[in-house]
Design a protein around this ligand. Sequence first.
Ligand code: ZN
Length: 491
Amino acid sequence: MNLKITLKFIWLFTLVLLLGGCQSTYQSAPAPEIYLTEVKEMVYEPDVIGIQSMIETYDTYTSSIHYPVFGYQNIDELIYDFIQNRHELFRQELAEVIEANESKWPLELHMEYEIVYQTPRHAAILFKERKHLGSAQPSVNTFTFNFNFDTDKQLTLADLFENNAGYLQIISEISYDLLTESDLIPSAVDLNWVKGGLSPHEKNYSNFLMKAKTLVILFNKYQLGPAFIGTPSIEIPYESLNAYLPLKESLLNNFNGKIPKLSSDPLSSIDLEVANVDPEETETTPDSFYKKRIAITFDDGPHPIYTPIIVDTLKSYDAKATFFFLGNRIGDYPDVARHVRFEGHMIGNHSFSHPQLSRMSTEEILNEVVKTQNIIENATGFSPFLMRPPFGAINDVVMTTTDMPMVLWSIDSEDWIYNDPDYIVNYVLDHAFDGAIIRLHDTLPNTTQAIGPLVDGLISAGYELVTVDELLGITKESAANNLRSFTRALK
Ligand code: ZN
């Protein structure tokens, strides 16, 4: 059954509501302006199962929110509502910051998730939210969800037990023993603080993950002691719980059984050699030497539906493009990434989960970049040497840490704002120039529709569509000598 639910959320309404009263503060402000002016409609498509990404850029904030869709209606709606609520809360908090009017714009909401454990009937998910609302340090929150696919419902801790009378008392006592026996709680910590944080109340055990043989419990900052103990977590074996209170056998059975990995064989049967275009052949024809060149680039993919359509369209025009992929999305759609490379397009690194890298530490930046390099390499056999920083957010730390040339753009199609494919086509054709880098997104239906007429128009205008490395004259070997950003200065 193909179920389609339209979930509407009224952007304009909430923006006007939240920010409308703050207009007067803009007069002396650096420049925060809200320019989103349309009502957006989000369509839930359960046939697209896997990671979903909502990425937005405004003058006042950026958001990158990733969440999974499993194809179970209640579970998917629950996750979606959760995401919307966090987003809305952030925008309310943002409205207050805008009123206070002192910050490094744009501020940021970043949410990523990890499916910590999954079987055909069960999933345990950890969301990590990171908010920059003007203070020096981001605020970091974690949220957990455990789902039963048989019932299409979220699991509570009490669901684990046959008869759950007194279950929190048992968990509390076991947690106390585990924590005090471990080195997670140094002896200097006041044990009354620990006991308070472990008292048998639901709120103290709201973050948990049900894995195969253990229950993981995550504690918040300050829950068990001062800041320096951080956010400890413990694993309680089901066996030790079962000794006190019988657990539901039927549920434990759900925690067993492996789900097949999306793509176990990274290079499969595709001969990647075909992807290597012989540079000499294309360079020496006088025809291409005199041609104007332009590079189309796509961000935020791969997308399981739109990216393959775009690649097919490009193929029909014999055009090449550059795809800056997100590591966390390739994790779900590695075959799409492999296909893009197979068709001879360039693949670049767009980070793992689309944060503003310029707000991150060296270690955090490296984690985003290196993880993505490895994922791309595993999926496609190709190791990228070009980087597009999310939101174009770069500073010296980002530049020196990533060790790759930063490819920005000269023409931003703003395809994520304008739903009309004709508008995108006309805007880009009107602004096209020799040597330009065009920024699009292969995650959007409007862009997918626009790409045919756009490529057609550019070719008719005399452009050759090349990959961005070809446009900039960067090779894998020369990339290390080009550690800078390529921007409008190209003009
Ligand atoms: Zn992006």
